[in-house]
Write a protein that binds this ligand. Structure first.
Ligand SMILES: [Zn+2]
Length: 230
């Protein structure tokens, strides 16, 4: 019996932010890099601690109402990104360029610290809401882009995660590209082993999903990953 195909997703992120309530001027920083996840690699996390747990398995499926997709690369990457972005912003808030805590009173007035604590301690929906509140603070400006490139289309659960990420960071451009997905039959252990069939209508607002068919000449994994990233 053939083993389920592996899902690999590379995420390139170039996020700039400005914390503009410092009396001495804006605190600017960036969060730039690349990260790759392959199913079923697994972060040391659980649904309760994820900002974006994804969608539950639909009614009538073998594992209905359970979360089976937290191991999927897109879900892991989105949660890692939001965790680390907020963590970095929080450190910048406490330690400005001069490594002192001069910014503390400014941001405490706005409750940034309370929101970060909420983010770190709360569960599921509340954590997502806390993240959204942080990025909506008038003192916090975020812009840039996040690109996901995968060898399979994101599953329904991961599309929910990506949509939620886009709503959390409405000023950040998010793009998802993938080669033709494999429509793996539903069975046990769904996580990370299937994506949308290429014939499934694209439903993302703004045309976020971009399918690149294999016939376009992507022959090796490295080749298509390089092309997708650019
Ligand atoms: Zn998924």
């Amino acid at each position: 019996m053939a083993s389920p195909p592996v899902t690999t997703v590379k995420m390139s992120y170039d996020i700039q932010y400005s914390l503009i309530d410092d009396p001495t001027g804006p605190v600017n920083d960036s969060f730039v890099g690349e990260r790759e996840e392959t199913s079923p690699s697994l972060l040391n996390t659980s649904v309760e601690k994820l900002a974006f747990p994804g969608a539950k398995e639909p009614q009538g499926s073998p594992q209905e109402n359970t979360y089976q997709h937290t191991k999927d690369p897109e879900c892991q990457l989105a949660n890692w990104l939001i965790d680390n972005l907020i963590d970095g912003m929080n450190q910048r808030r406490w330690y400005g360029d001069d490594k002192n805590d001069a910014l503390r009173p400014v941001f405490d007035v706005e409750g940034f610290g309370d929101l970060v604590r909420e983010f770190n301690e709360s569960i599921e929906r509340a954590k997502y809401e806390a993240a959204k509140k942080i990025f909506m603070l008038p003192s916090v400006k975020v812009w840039g882009s996040i690109k996901f490139a995968g060898n399979r289309g994101p599953c329904h659960s991961c599309r929910a995660v990506l949509d939620r990420l886009a709503r959390t960071l409405p000023t950040v451009e998010i793009e998802v590209k993938y080669t033709g997905a494999v429509n793996t039959p539903v069975g046990r252990g769904l996580s990370g082993v299937y994506g949308y069939n290429v014939d499934v209508p694209e439903r993302a607002p703004g045309g976020r999903w971009h399918v690149l068919y294999n016939k376009n000449g992507f022959r090796s994994d490295n080749e298509w990953l390089d092309k997708l990233r650019n």
